[in-house]
Design a protein around this ligand. Structure first.
Ligand SMILES: [Zn+2]
Length: 477
């Protein structure tokens, strides 16, 4: 508990983020460089995300299972692009029980290889398809530059792995899960996202095509918030996953994989946070409401506390925190819960009790404009309505911010200029050389080729050759 001021976002966005994550007690640095400890408040936020996603996975026919953390090194060597992409990031176990292992074991960076191996055993006939399995767990990727939630050696996530009879079914699944992520980000995270296809240079190692949802953070940088990969038959061939079709012919399956991780916690912090701290969307907030009793003496306390208890009872269908601390002032509590991003604060003081009303303060609208008084007998309905309104206005605000920082530059010089202050939505010929040039000269990468764009023709913003698709360029986390 400290009263140190955060730097403002304008002063130093990166420091604002780092300090806020620590101060709000979302996560802490672990003894091993680049690892994080997710603290209870951060884990509660992640748990609400996992519940919202898991519900959607099950509604689309998926089931959960658990695969091992350790994967034989030889499995990685079976798929060439996959091993090339991942080998710099692998953590490898070479000793077990005091003895050197015959074959080194990789701490999973992702599970296509182990799940592919099991699928080759489980899938025999078209009747076994589609196979739709998701796993919740953590993975390890040896990153050099780390940042809490955004890039850590170990992170938590879910990875879906599916196998299908045809190419089209695999593609359908890939896009279905991209839609699931989009719906989650928009509806629960209040985060507007652009869904699109990754360039060949930016795709997942081993995929035919990768798709992502991209969100704009409060400093206008992009964050890839979820990915869905069409793996074609690459892993099916490497791991010999075959089935007998209806004509009794042996065929390779078509596979997909898709994942969303604790990065999304970072996305929520950086999309919605302000100079006071976190602003959490009601659907994901660990506490949707905080109740703060206000009294100066025992007489007032005796008046206020029974109403506080009553209100707590009446609102038991919401995630609620009652702050009973005696050692700090109500003003301190206001600031503290504001910093922690609780969407709605309810203040109950002696005057409110006498008038049969309660004071509401919305986290998303600061100062007087966010305050209102509510009749106690309309409390529950008013809380529900206010939380809905907060959720909706957070989304609208984030969308307006993204729109005002997304540009359509006229030429290459203008492209370079606008990338200092947001995203560019530009025609691109598809040539990796043009992509590389932008990356080298501006540090911006192609984020995705939005799936929803007007068909048409233009000229590449970099080389001037004909182009049929527009891409989003942006600096990214
Ligand atoms: Zn070009």
């Amino acid at each position: 508990m400290t009263e140190d001021k955060l730097p403002t976002r304008a002063e130093n966005f990166a420091e604002w983020y780092n300090q806020l994550v620590l101060k709000a007690e979302l996560a802490d640095y672990a003894p091993v460089r680049g690892c994080m400890v997710v603290r209870p408040y951060g884990w509660a936020l992640w748990e609400n995300m996992t519940a919202a996603l898991d519900r959607r996975f099950k509604a689309t026919g998926h089931v959960n299972a658990a695969f091992p953390l350790l994967i034989p090194m030889s499995f990685f060597e079976k798929e060439k692009a996959h091993v090339e992409g991942f080998s710099p990031e692998l953590a490898v176990v070479t000793i077990g029980g005091g003895e050197k292992l015959e074959e080194p074991l990789v701490v999973r960076p992702t599970s296509e290889t182990i799940i592919g191996t099991m699928y080759s055993k489980w899938i025999k006939s078209y009747r076994d398809l589609p196979m739709l399995i998701n796993q919740w767990g953590s993975v390890v990727r040896w990153e050099m530059r780390t940042k809490l939630f955004l890039r850590t050696l170990e992170f938590y996530w879910q990875e879906g792995h599916t196998a299908h009879a045809t190419h089209d079914e695999g593609q359908e699944e890939t896009l279905r899960m991209l839609d699931v992520y989009t719906d989650f980000a928009v509806e629960d995270g209040a985060i507007p996202v652009v869904k699109g296809r990754k360039s060949q240079a930016e795709k997942f190692a081993g995929a035919d095509n990768s798709y992502s949802i991209e969100a704009m953070m409060g400093d206008t940088k992009a964050l890839q918030a979820g990915t869905s990969h069409n793996l074609g038959q690459n892993f099916a061939r490497a791991f010999d996953i075959k089935y007998l079709d209806k004509n009794n012919l042996l065929q390779h399956v078509w596979t997909t994989s898709w994942g969303l991780s604790t990065r999304f916690v970072g996305a929520v912090i950086m999309t919605h946070g302000d100079d006071q701290g976190l602003v959490l969307p009601p659907k994901l907030a660990p506490y949707q409401i905080v109740i703060i009793p206000i009294y100066k003496n025992d007489t007032e306390k005796a008046l206020v506390m029974p109403v506080v208890s009553q209100v707590e009872q009446e609102l038991n269908s919401f995630r609620l925190k009652r702050d009973n601390r005696e050692e700090v002032t109500p003003g301190f509590k206001f600031n503290d819960w504001e910093m922690r991003g609780v969407p709605l604060r309810i203040e109950i003081g002696p005057k409110d009790v006498q008038k049969g009303s309660l004071a509401f303060a919305r986290r998303d609208i600061s100062g007087k404009a966010g305050k209102s008084f509510v009749k106690h007998d309309q409390l529950e309905a008013q809380v529900a309505e206010t939380l809905q309104s907060i959720q909706a206005s957070m989304f609208e605000r984030a969308l307006a911010f993204r729109r005002s920082h997304t540009f359509e530059p006229m030429d290459y010089n203008e492209l370079k200029a606008v990338l200092e202050n947001g995203w560019a939505f530009s025609w691109w010929c598809g040539d990796p050389e043009c992509e590389t040039k932008v990356k080298e000269e501006t540090k911006a990468t192609t984020r995705c080729i939005p799936l929803e764009q007007e068909p048409g023709k233009g000229t590449c913003i970099v080389c001037g050759k004909p182009a049929t698709e527009r891409v989003i360029f942006g600096k990214a986390y």
